[in-house]
Design a protein around this ligand. Structure first.
Ligand SMILES: Nc1ncnc2c1ncn2[C@@H]1O[C@H](COP(=O)(O)OP(=O)(O)OP(=O)(O)O)[C@@H](O)[C@H]1O
Ligand SMILES: [Mg+2]
Length: 447
């Protein structure tokens, strides 16, 4: 039997159409921007928070995004992450995944420390230059019946210098996976062996494609071997891990049997000390990022007290939470409270609200989503989905896009029409309908 491989469609998350907050240079929200539609006040408020985070002025504060289901709370949080950029840590968690775990506070603590960056400036011994020649050395593997990379011989050049040296398998493998070739400018950290490709040297090496996507860089000057100030951002959690690893390495044979490397409170204290020392010596600075807790009403009292305390500590990221609950019980207690959160936490929050969408906004969001998912809609189908989005929920309408496309393809139609949307809505229930159904059959289902 022949098994044909099924072409796989890249999975798109339900927020993949969002690329930013869509604000102008004055921080005003464009009606449609960054993939977001409407919700101008919330987006502008989120923009202010992003700016404060970037200026490092908001450590230890918390933001709560409140609004009805499907009004873009999670979407706005993701847009904030996009705006913050890759060098500011953004850690996203879901209230439900925390509260179900016996290690709730450990999960929270770890997330908090992942959300704090440390920008480290270091003088490192490096070799840097244009690759003038590279040859890999193969050797027989002791484990497998084929040759593996045993190392490489590489010649690097600068404007003033040239040097040839051999490297071991760790560096050779990195060079290979970076697809290193003549004309690339690379830098190797001599101590750690970490290899980084800086780009293609201007005017060096053959052009392989008409359009080269790789960055073109100047040929370095000076000697190949040198000291260079390198800047990198790691998180407190990264430092915790290396401190714990070092402790385990020193604790001898027993460590071999340790399956999971636990980070102890002591390890964390030690990394705090390391960071404080580096900061006071001017070698590092803090980059407080964002810890985002979606569906925060799922947290219980223990989690809330932990978070409230965490906000007071020396190192704290900005905590952004989202919820669609009004007055409700704090989990694990009988106390009713706004958003199911304890008062002392509420008192520290800046609150951003999202509101229900107008018909035009719902239509625009569905149009953007259909574009993102490459689902071609007729005008009637878009109107039908807009109806559904308003009557049932936006999320439900968005979720019907793919099924409606499948149904349209089955009838050999190139476009999704109103009838395909109706068919999809007929065979897939929304939450209201599914709840009604089980309520109606409750008695029958019990027996
Ligand atoms: N203003 C908007 N612009 C563009 N897309 C949006 C907007 N608001 C929501 N969406 C999209 O609609 C869907 C539902 O929104 P989202 O999940 O952000 O809602 P939510 O407020 O977090 O809801 P819940 O309270 O149920 O968690 C997502 O696919 C989201 O990307
Ligand atoms: Mg949400």
């Amino acid at each position: 039997m022949e098994v044909k491989s099924v072409p796989r469609i890249a999975k798109r998350s339900i927020h993949s159409h969002i690329v930013g907050l869509g604000l102008d240079t004055n921080g005003k929200a464009r009606k449609i921007g960054g993939g977001l539609v409407g919700q101008e006040e919330a987006r502008e408020a989120a923009g202010v928070i992003v700016q404060l985070v970037k200026e490092g002025k908001l450590g230890g504060r918390s933001i709560l995004i409140v609004g009805p289901p499907g009004t873009g709370k999670t979407a706005i949080a993701f847009a904030m992450a996009k705006e913050l950029g890759a060098d500011t840590p953004f850690v996203a968690l879901d209230g439900s995944e925390i509260v179900g775990s016996p290690r709730k506070t450990e999960i929270l603590l770890q997330a908090l420390r992942r959300a704090i960056g440390v920008r480290i400036r270091e003088e490192r011994a490096v070799v840097e230059g244009v690759v003038a020649d590279i040859k890999y050395v193969k050797k027989q593997s002791p484990f497998y019946p084929y040759p593996v990379i045993g190392g490489a011989r590489i010649t690097l050049e600068t404007k003033d210098d040239s040097s040839t040296f051999s490297v071991g398998p760790e560096i050779a493998e990195q060079l290979m996976s970076l697809n290193t070739r003549k004309g690339d400018v690379i830098i190797i950290d001599v101590e750690t062996g970490a290899v980084r490709k800086l780009g293609r040297a201007i005017g060096r090496g053959e052009k392989r494609y008409d359009i080269e996507v790789e960055r073109e860089v100047e040929i370095p000057s000076g000697s190949v071997k040198k000291k260079k100030e390198l800047i990198r951002v790691v998180t407190l959690h990264d430092i915790d891990i290396s401190v714990a690893a070092r402790r385990v390495a020193f604790s001898g044979l027993l460590a071999l049997f340790e399956t999971e490397r636990e980070i102890s409170a002591d390890d964390r204290r030690q990394s705090d000390e390391i960071v404080k020392k580096m900061i006071s010596e001017g070698k590092a600075e803090m980059v407080p990022g964002v810890m985002f807790i979606d569906d925060a009403h799922m947290l219980d009292l223990e989690c809330y007290s932990f978070l409230t305390r965490a906000m007071e500590s020396d190192f704290s990221p900005i905590i952004v939470m989202a919820t669609n609950r009004g007055i409700t019980k704090i989990r694990g207690t009988d106390i009713e409270s706004p958003h199911g959160m304890p008062r002392d936490l509420l008192d520290r929050l800046l609150i951003i609200t999202t509101r229900l969408y107008t018909r035009d906004e719902v239509r625009e969001i569905i149009r953007i989503r259909a574009d993102e998912e490459e689902v071609p809609l007729t005008d009637e189908a878009l109107e039908k989905l807009t109806d559904i989005g308003l009557e049932r929920s936006l999320r439900y309408a968005v979720q019907l896009l793919e099924p409606a496309r499948v149904i349209a393809v089955r009838r050999n139609s190139l476009k999704v029409e109103a009838q395909d949307v109706e068919e999809a809505a007929r065979i897939f229930a929304d939450v209201k309908k599914s709840v009604e159904l089980v309520e109606r059959y409750k008695e029958l289902m019990l027996y």
